[in-house]
Ligand binder design. Structure first.
Ligand code: SAH
Ligand code: SF4
Length: 347
């Protein structure tokens, strides 16, 4: 174990082992966890610990936090977007959305992304580093504290590709669903991926009961390769096969994300081709009018096109909806808040 331990990324068993190996009683682990759960920011706040243990923790560990650097509230609905600063000065974005069934939060899993999708602001900014499990938790905790709410649904759909940070994401999923941490049910968690096929099989084998969303954004490989470089490594047929396996293994219905880009992937023929590919699959297609991103040169499909696309899918028996956009006034699509913040800093 490294000399500086990220204490909030440890599971209960690991924390217990860490403390007992260093000469402390096992029951101290529960006390430490209770304080961490309360959201303390320093070891000095852990009042019922002996000073020997506090000193030990101070020299060997750190508590991960996400500081609110910027906060935007929608004028139209209750959506709140955060830009969080991490301990090394990197920034990530998260969004809190209010639905009838509760509060949902979209969190980041990496600082930037390596995948380079041409329509995505995060993809355009390049990659800095993976987030630790505790940094994923810290985003949720910071929003809960700031808004005095409890988050009931989590989507891994912010900056980054979760399956490219697989071990930390798995650790996060273990922690966030545990009673000792935020205790959010796996069925209330959705992981979105651009389609790293071997990892989808691996995820299915963990049988976590989380929902899988797959960013498809094209009806065939030719179009997909142009907008999503990951399609060059993992062709669409293989991706769809992996999604069928995910459903067969976990029983969880897969959602396909499809950003409608005018003149690129939104034709009636494209809708028919997509329907053909997804035939017989227990899935749902989420259509999203693409958010325009500086320098990408894409525009969203108009309402008539959106409607025609969704009608063709429906006629072919594919469940599809055009996603309601929340916080449209602040939803400079994912990655843009950070981009704007950075370019201001650079000036
Ligand atoms: N890397 C993962 C999760 C983060 S991206 C993934 O790609 O799935 C979250 C979602 O936002 C993905 O479905 C992504 O394709 C979509 N997205 C990115 N840029 C967008 C844009 N400009 N308009 C609409 N959706 C976009
Ligand atoms: Fe990365 Fe997802 Fe953006 Fe593609 S859409 S660049 S995978 S964050």
């Amino acid at each position: 174990m490294s000399s500086v331990v990220d204490i909030k990324s440890l599971t209960s068993d690991e924390l217990k082992a860490f403390l007992t190996e260093n000469g402390f009683k096992a029951f101290r682990a529960k006390q430490v966890e209770d304080w961490l759960k309360k959201g303390v920011l320093s070891f000095d706040e852990m009042k019922n610990l002996p000073s020997e243990l506090k000193d030990f923790l101070k020299t060997r560990c750190y508590i991960s936090v996400a500081y609110i650097e910027k906060k935007l509230k929608s004028r139209y609905d209750k959506t709140v977007k955060y830009l969080f600063a991490l301990r090394d000065g990197e920034y990530v974005e998260s969004v809190v959305m209010s639905y009838r069934h509760g509060m949902s939060m979209c969190i980041s899993t990496q600082v930037g992304c390596k995948m380079g999708c041409t329509f995505c602001a995060t993809g355009k900014s390049g990659f800095s580093r993976d987030l630790t499990a505790s940094e994923m938790l810290a985003q949720i905790e910071a929003a809960q504290r700031d808004l005095d709410i409890r988050i009931s649904n989590v989507v891994l759909m912010g900056m980054g590709e979760p399956l490219d940070n697989f071990d930390n994401v798995l650790r996060f999923l273990e922690l966030v669903t545990s009673e000792q941490s935020l205790n959010i049910g796996a069925r209330h968690i959705t992981l979105s991926t651009c389609g790293i096929v071997p990892r989808i099989y691996e995820l299915a084998r963990h049988d976590l009961q989380i929902n899988l969303a797959v960013s498809l954004h094209a009806p065939n490989n030719e179009i997909r390769r142009k907008t999503m470089p990951v399609a060059r490594a993992y062709p669409m047929d293989e991706l769809i096969k992996a999604c069928r396996d995910y459903f067969d293994t976990t029983g969880r219905r897969v959602t396909f994300e499809y950003a409608l880009i005018s003149g690129v992937n939104d034709g009636d023929d494209h809708a028919r081709e997509l329907a053909q590919r997804l035939k017989g699959m227990n899935c749902h297609v989420n259509l999203i009018p693409v958010n325009s991103v500086e320098g990408a040169g894409y525009t969203k499909s108009d309402i008539k096109r959106q409607q025609s696309f969704v009608n063709i899918l429906a006629a072919k028996g594919i469940a599809a909806t055009v996603r309601r956009t929340l916080g449209s006034d602040i939803n400079a699509s994912c990655g843009q808040l950070k981009r704007n913040h950075k370019s201001k800093e650079d000036k």
